[in-house]
Design a protein around this ligand. Structure first.
Ligand SMILES: Nc1ncnc2c1ncn2[C@@H]1O[C@H](COP(=O)(O)OP(=O)(O)O)[C@@H](O)[C@H]1O
Ligand SMILES: Cc1cn([C@H]2C[C@H](O)[C@@H](COP(=O)(O)OP(=O)(O)O)O2)c(=O)[nH]c1=O
Length: 220
């Protein structure tokens, strides 16, 4: 069964992927502003953000109740809820959906926790192929330094549950290097638009807009 068929909705699905700290939120916010100013209908949609499921994930995090499988299924439930009730309706209405992370996050990140990749891919067989996927490639050490300039690193984003190292920086680099490997394989398989997350924000956003423009001309 072909994995992730392309879609025939009038809208466009644009995805940003990359490890924590690679610049996804920064770029997607700039792109959203750019598109809204040009008069496009835009829906920005983030990983782990549904009203229905993300509170459960938050509670489970606090108590560290679940295993990687448990969290992977909760994140998949959150995604399928948003996909059905937010993403598809927006695409059907001819909107541009900006997805801050997509199923690739689960495949790369949960596989880095030892979950079989085929099982993960199978959980998301229903999802359509995005029209454009940006992957902000980033050295984990640089990403760590960026994040910790503005906030503390999160327990799970550093992979501290994996007991790779007691040192948060070392753990982050080891865990996110595994996630990065997962992304590199997906980038080849799915033809991601790979950008250098270490480049200046404005330079990257210029490239992002240059790649998005041809995709949305017919929506004008
Ligand atoms: N190209 C860049 N150069 C320098 N700092 C950046 C760049 N892009 C983002 N940042 C900063 O790095 C931090 C993480 O960026 P963010 O967009 O939140 O990453 P992500 O959403 O991928 O976790 C933020 O403080 C942000 O301001
Ligand atoms: C909170 C938690 C997350 N995870 C997994 C789920 C996610 O794939 C990954 C990242 O967790 P986290 O960064 O907290 O989740 P999110 O960014 O989706 O809000 O860690 C566990 O395996 N066990 C846990 O207890």
């Amino acid at each position: 069964m072909p994995f992730m068929t392309s879609h025939s909705f009038p809208g466009r699905l644009i995805v940003v992927e990359g490890i924590d700290g690679s610049g996804k939120s920064t770029q997607i916010e700039l792109l959203e502003n750019y598109l809204r100013i040009k008069g496009f209908g835009v829906l920005r949609n983030a990983w782990n953000s549904s009203q229905e499921i993300s509170p459960i994930i938050k509670k489970a995090k606090k108590k560290q109740l679940l295993t990687p499988y448990g969290f992977s299924l909760l994140h998949a439930a959150d995604f399928s809820y948003r996909y059905t009730h937010e993403i598809l309706p927006a695409l059907n209405a001819g909107k541009i959906v900006l997805s801050d992370r997509y199923i690739y996050t689960a495949i790369a990140r949960d596989a880095a926790r030892g979950i079989p990749r085929d099982w993960l891919v199978n959980n998301f067989r229903f999802a359509i192929r995005p029209d454009l996927t940006f992957f902000f490639r980033m050295d984990p050490a640089l990403a760590y330094d960026r994040i910790t300039q503005v906030r503390d690193i999160k327990y799970y984003e550093a992979g501290l549950d994996m007991e790779l190292s007691m040192n948060p920086r070392e753990s982050y680099i080891l865990f996110q290097s595994r996630v990065l490997e997962g992304y590199e394989n997906l980038a080849k398989e799915h033809g991601f638009s790979v950008l250098d997350g270490a480049k200046p924000v404005e330079e990257t956003q210029r490239v992002v807009r240059r790649l998005v423009n041809p995709l949305i001309q017919s929506l004008l």
